[in-house]
Design a protein around this ligand. Structure first.
Ligand SMILES: [Zn+2]
Length: 137
C-alpha cells in the first residue's frame, strides 16, 4: 500500500510532535517537502509554477494538472483531517508493541470502532521507511 517516510526532520518526541503538527497546513507542508524536496515540479510538464486550490491541491500553472500531497500515501482520498492521520502514524510508529483499534479509537476520539480498525489495517499495511541519519567521520 502506501509508504510513509519519516525523515530526520520528524519530531523526536511527543511534545515536539504536538507543537508541530497541530494544523492541516503544517501536515501539508511536511508532505509537500517529502514530495518536492527542491520545490514544486509538475509531474506532467515539469513546470515549477503552481497555485494551491482551496481544497489543498497543488495545481500546475501551465498544464493545470492537479497534484495531491497525499497521493500514493495511506492518506490518499481521506476525508479525515491530516492532523488525525499524523497523530495515528506517530502513535503507530512510536508504539510498535501492543497497538490495537481500541487504543486508536480512544487516541483520535473516533466515533466508531470499525473506523479505528480500518485505520489500523492501513497503518499495518504501509511501509515505514526511516531515513538514516547520516554518519559522520
Ligand atoms: Zn504541468
Amino acid at each position: 500500500m502506501g509508504q510513509l517516510t519519516i525523515t530526520e526532520d520528524f519530531p523526536k518526541n511527543q511534545a515536539a510532535f504536538d507543537a508541530r503538527f497541530n494544523t492541516e497546513e503544517a501536515c501539508q507542508a511536511y508532505l509537500f517537502k517529502l514530495r518536492w524536496p527542491d520545490g514544486f515540479v509538475c509531474t506532467q510538464c515539469s513546470d515549477k509554477r503552481h497555485w494551491k486550490s482551496s481544497r489543498g491541491l497543488y495545481i500546475c500553472y501551465r498544464c493545470e494538472h492537479q497534484h495531491s500531497v497525499t497521493a500514493g500515501t495511506i492518506m490518499a482520498g481521506t476525508r479525515k483531517p491530516l492532523v488525525a492521520w499524523f497523530k495515528a502514524m506517530w502513535w503507530f510508529t512510536t508504539r510498535k508493541s501492543g497497538v490495537n483499534a481500541i487504543n486508536l479509537q480512544d487516541l483520535l476520539g473516533l466515533g466508531s470502532y470499525n473506523t479505528a480498525w480500518r485505520w489500523l489495517q492501513k497503518l499495518r499495511s504501509c511501509t515505514v521507511r526511516q531515513s538514516r541519519e547520516k554518519l559522520s567521520g
